[in-house]
Design a protein around this ligand. Structure first.
Ligand SMILES: [Fe+2]
Length: 433
C-alpha cells in the first residue's frame, strides 16, 4: 500500500473505502426487524455496527484529521464501544436502519473530501501513508466479520452468499519441522513493510525459538471428531480446570452449531443444516476446546511466536504479493461462507511448507495478548492497551470472513478463551523430542 505514489495511494484508498461500504451494506440488506433485534447477548444489533463504523470514521477522519465539527455530537456516546456492554445496546435510543444509512453516507461524503485535500506525505503519523484511512478501513472490515458472526447466530437462512472453493488434498507429511533459530517478530522500525499495522504488531523484535513441529494444515472436522468420539469432552485429563468447569456448566460436547443425529453429525451454517464436512478445518471451537484437543493428540497449541515464525518472515506466507488478487493463495474476503478444505491452497504455503496460515479460520494460539517489548500506544489506548494481560488469548491468520486488507502474518487478534461464535479453529504444535 505504502509503495504507490500519493495520487495512486489516494485512488486505492477511495476504491477500498467504496468496497468495504458495499460489503457493510450487503450484510445489512435485511428487514428492519432483523437489523434492530439482538440475536445473541454476545452481539450488538446489526444496526449498531452499521452506525458505529460511521461514527468511528467521523471521530478519526473528520474530527482528528479534517478538523471538522461533530455532525451529531448527541449520538457519540451510543456508539462508543466502551460505554455500554453489547447486551444493553438494544435498549439504547439507537439510530434506526434508515437513519443509520443516511448518517454513515453523510460522513463518508466528507471523508472523501478530506482524502482529497490531505497530504499523505505529512509526517504526522495519522496522515503519513494514509494511516488514518487504513485504520477506518480495517475497522469497518472487522465489524463486517462481526456482522457475519451475528448473522450466523441468528440462524436465518438466505442472508449470506456462499461461493466456490478449490478442492482439498491430503498432506503427505502432516507436520512441518521448523529449525531452531532467531527470527523477526512483528513489524515497524527500520524497514516497515506493513505501514497500516496496528500498535500491537509493533515494534519488530528478534526472538530465538528452539526447534519445533507444527501442523501443515489446521485441524480438520474429521480429526476433531475423533476427539469427540473418543469421549474427549467427558475426560478431565485433557482439560485445564477452568475449561473443564466451563464445558460442564454449559453442557458443551461438540463445536458450536453442531448436533448429532444417530451416527451423523450436522451443523447449522447461516440458517441451513448440512452434514459436517470432514476435510474442512474445524471452526466455532473455544480456546479451551482447542487446548484440550491438542493435549489429547499428544501435542499443544503453538505460541504466537511459533505461529508467526512458521510464516517465514513475509507479509503473507506466500510472499509480498497483494492478497487483493487472492487467486490461488488463500480463502479470505468471503469468497465463500466457509473455510476451504485442508490442502486447498498449496501455492499459499510458507517457505517452510506450512499451509493455510492466512484465511479459512482464525487460529487460537497458546499466548496471552501482551505488548511486545518497546510497545508504544498509538493512536488510542482502547484499541490494544486496555486488553493486554492474562485475560485474552491471541488468534492469528484471519478467517474466510476476514478481508485481505485487515490481515497479514503480523496481525494479532484476541478473545476470551470461552468464545466460540467467532470463525476460529486451530492447528497443533509440539516441541522437539
Ligand atoms: Fe469498533
Amino acid at each position: 500500500m505504502g509503495n504507490a505514489g500519493p495520487t495512486g495511494l489516494k485512488e486505492r484508498i477511495a476504491a477500498e473505502l467504496a468496497a468495504v461500504r458495499e460489503r457493510s451494506l450487503a450484510y445489512t440488506d435485511a428487514d428492519d426487524d432483523m437489523l434492530v433485534r439482538q440475536h445473541s447477548p454476545l452481539m450488538s444489533p446489526l444496526v449498531w455496527d452499521l452506525a458505529h463504523v460511521g461514527n468511528y470514521e467521523e471521530l478519526w477522519v473528520l474530527r482528528e484529521v479534517g478538523g471538522i465539527e461533530p455532525l451529531r455530537p448527541e449520538i457519540d456516546h451510543l456508539y462508543d464501544a466502551f460505554k455500554y456492554p453489547r447486551k444493553d445496546r438494544p435498549s439504547l435510543p439507537l439510530l434506526g436502519p434508515a437513519e443509520a444509512r443516511k448518517y454513515i453516507s453523510g460522513v463518508r461524503g466528507r471523508v472523501l473530501d478530506v482524502l482529497d485535500r490531505v497530504d499523505l506525505t505529512d509526517p504526522d503519523p495519522l496522515r503519513s501513508g494514509g494511516y488514518v484511512f487504513g485504520l477506518v478501513l480495517q475497522h469497518e472490515h472487522q465489524h463486517d466479520e462481526t456482522m457475519l458472526a451475528t448473522l450466523q447466530l441468528s440462524r436465518r437462512p438466505g442472508l449470506v452468499r456462499d461461493g466456490e472453493l478449490p478442492p482439498g488434498r491430503p498432506a503427505a507429511e502432516p507436520e512441518v519441522h521448523i529449525p531452531a533459530g532467531v527470527f523477526t517478530m512483528g513489524t515497524g522500525g527500520g524497514t516497515d513493510t506493513t505501514p497500516w499495522a496496528y500498535d500491537n504488531e509493533r515494534p519488530a523484535h528478534r526472538i530465538y525459538l528452539p526447534g519445533y513441529w507444527i501442523d501443515r494444515h489446521p485441524v480438520t472436522n474429521a480429526a476433531y471428531l475423533e476427539f469427540v468420539e473418543d469421549g474427549g469432552y467427558r475426560d478431565p485429563r485433557w482439560w485445564l480446570p477452568q475449561g473443564w468447569e466451563w464445558a460442564e456448566r454449559n453442557g458443551v460436547e461438540a463445536p458450536l452449531f453442531w448436533t448429532r443425529d444417530g451416527d451423523t453429525w450436522w451443523r447449522v451454517r447461516f440458517g441451513r443444516e448440512e452434514p459436517v464436512p470432514p476435510d474442512e478445518p474445524v471452526q466455532h471451537v473455544s480456546w479451551y476446546e482447542a487446548d484440550a484437543y491438542a493435549r489429547w493428540a499428544g501435542k499443544r497449541l503453538p505460541t504466537e511466536a511459533e505461529w508467526e515464525k512458521a510464516c517465514g518472515g513475509r507479509t503473507y506466507p506466500w510472499g509480498e504479493a497483494d492478497p487483493g488478487r487472492l487467486g490461488r493463495w488463500a480463502n479470505l474476503g468471503h469468497r465463500a461462507a466457509r473455510p476451504a478444505p485442508a490442502g486447498a491452497f498449496p501455492d499459499g504455503a510458507s517457505p517452510y511448507g506450512v499451509e493455510q496460515l492466512i484465511g479459512d479460520v482464525w487460529e487460537w494460539t497458546d499466548s496471552w495478548f501482551q505488548p511486545y517489548p518497546g510497545y508504544r500506544c498509538f493512536p488510542y489506548e482502547e484499541y490494544s492497551k486496555v486488553f493486554f494481560g492474562e485475560t485474552y488469548r491471541v488468534l492469528r491468520g484471519g478467517s474466510w470472513a476476514t478481508h485481505p486488507s485487515a490481515v497479514r502474518t503480523t496481525f494479532r487478534n484476541w478473545d476470551y478463551p470461552i468464545r466460540r461464535q467467532i470463525f476460529a479453529g486451530f492447528r497443533c504444535a509440539r516441541s522437539e523430542d
